[in-house]
Design a binder for this molecule. Structure first.
Ligand code: FES
Length: 149
């Protein structure tokens, strides 16, 4: 990981303001932002780890745990929200015992909340990897999750 981080940071030498691009590049490279990466980036930017966490946690795009085998995204855009998106998210959280931004303890699923997938007519929607599941209900959520377990 050290070597990967060195390659990520090299083009940003002398650019102490490039916090977000550095975090994005590190996440692209590593799949997430582990503690060690935050430590290394903080050192590079001559800032504290807590300040870096403060910035990174503000943006939903950054994750601090290793991604799971399947990326599960729940839409909470307006159309999905109106049609029960929050209930769908509750069901997923309860079934998998994770919150958005986290990975299940068996590393099977990573959960994310999304603003809109652009298929609002199918609301409420969840997406597992690249497969869209439409008009979700709590019981359909359970069936979908079971099909991946
Ligand atoms: S609001 Fe969910 S797909 Fe558009």
């Amino acid at each position: 990981m050290r070597e990967q981080l060195r390659e990520v940071l090299a083009p940003f030498k002398g650019e102490r303001g490039a916090v977000i691009p550095i975090l994005q590049k590190a996440q692209d490279e590593l799949g997430y932002l582990p503690e060690e990466a935050i430590k290394e980036i903080a050192r590079f930017l001559r800032t504290s780890e807590s300040e870096l966490y403060g910035i990174a946690t503000f943006y939903a795009q950054f994750r601090f745990t290793s991604p799971g085998e399947h990326a599960l995204k729940v839409c909470l855009g307006t159309a999905c929200h109106v049609r029960g998106g929050a209930r769908i998210l509750d069901t997923v959280e309860r079934e998998l015992e994770v919150e958005p931004g986290e990975t299940t303890s068996d590393y099977k699923f990573s959960l994310e909340r999304v603003a809109c997938f652009g298929c609002c007519a199918l609301a409420p929607v969840i997406v597992v990897d690249k497969t869209v599941y439409s008009k979700m209900t709590p019981s359909k959520v359970t069936q979908v999750l079971d099909s991946y377990r």
